[in-house]
Design a protein around this ligand. Structure first.
Ligand SMILES: Nc1ncnc2c1ncn2[C@@H]1O[C@H](COP(=O)(O)OP(=O)(O)O)[C@@H](O)[C@H]1O
Ligand SMILES: [Mg+2]
Length: 233
């Protein structure tokens, strides 16, 4: 049984039909990347999975349970973590308070930020008392991932975590994600525009075109030809 089974979903914003009978299966402990040009519906797919924009048709099944109509916070407590595009950390509260907000998604009642967070993200440690908004883009991105991890997810949804981030920090995020994946056996769905980054961290890929799956395969099948056909502008 896959950890996540998205079956034939159709998702809309009002009258605008964005996802068309889209299916996606993600196995436990796998990193699956979702690729596609701007506007094809990658973010909408993640929003359909976490419940911010539930599909009108089809089903989202997590660990065998139909969660299509479940509330967002209940999905979070079931173990689905979400790092939205553009990070969305809270700029006016401290780094530590941002992390504490991530704890509400836990199902075990833990009320303090686990030490492992600072083990994975040591750069956050000296910044705990700083206001979130004063962090650099790269630091905010790491904070956003760390905050999601505070919820102790089994499935992590990451929407373009390298967008607008300098190359050295992209490498740092790559290293951290690989380590988290290895040590926590976390399942990750990664929406990404940077092909090299996606190739380095993922095992499987799905390419979307106009709200549909155009290609899905093992990451080694992501050849230059496929990239040229579906991904370059
Ligand atoms: N809140 C919204 N209301 C209406 N249309 C939206 C909204 N968000 C996204 N869209 C439209 O849905 C389509 C898919 O968007 P999105 O999922 O953000 O694509 P991607 O993440 O692949 O760039 C686009 O045509 C976009 O304009
Ligand atoms: Mg997007």
């Amino acid at each position: 049984m896959p950890l996540l089974d998205v079956r034939d979903i159709d998702t809309f914003y009002g009258a605008s039909h964005v996802l068309h009978s889209l299916s996606l299966r993600v196995e436990q402990s796998e990193i699956e990347c979702i690729l596609g040009r701007n506007g094809v519906g990658k973010t909408t797919l993640l929003r359909s999975i976490i419940g911010l924009t539930p599909p009108r048709l089809g089903r989202v099944v997590y660990k065998g349970e139909d969660i299509t109509r479940m509330r967002v916070n209940k999905r979070a407590r079931l173990g689905i973590g979400y790092v939205p595009q553009g990070r969305e950390i809270f700029p006016d509260i401290t780094v530590m308070d941002n992390l504490r907000l991530g704890l509400v998604a836990r199902s075990d009642g833990m009320t303090r930020v686990p030490d492992e967070i600072f083990d994975f993200f040591p750069m956050l440690k000296p910044l705990v008392d700083r206001q979130g908004g004063l962090l650099s883009g790269g630091e905010q991105q790491q904070l956003a991932i760390a905050r999601a991890l505070c919820g102790n997810p089994e499935l992590l949804l990451l929407d373009e975590p390298t967008e607008g981030i300098q190359p050295s920090i992209v490498q740092e995020i790559e290293r951290i994600l690989k380590r988290i994946h290895q040590e926590k056996k976390l399942t990750i769905i990664l929406v990404e525009q940077k092909i090299d980054f996606a190739k380095n961290v993922s095992q499987e890929f799905t390419i979307m075109v106009k709200g549909r799956v155009a290609r899905e395969a093992d990451i080694h099948s992501l050849t230059d030809e496929v990239i040229r056909e579906y991904l370059t502008i």
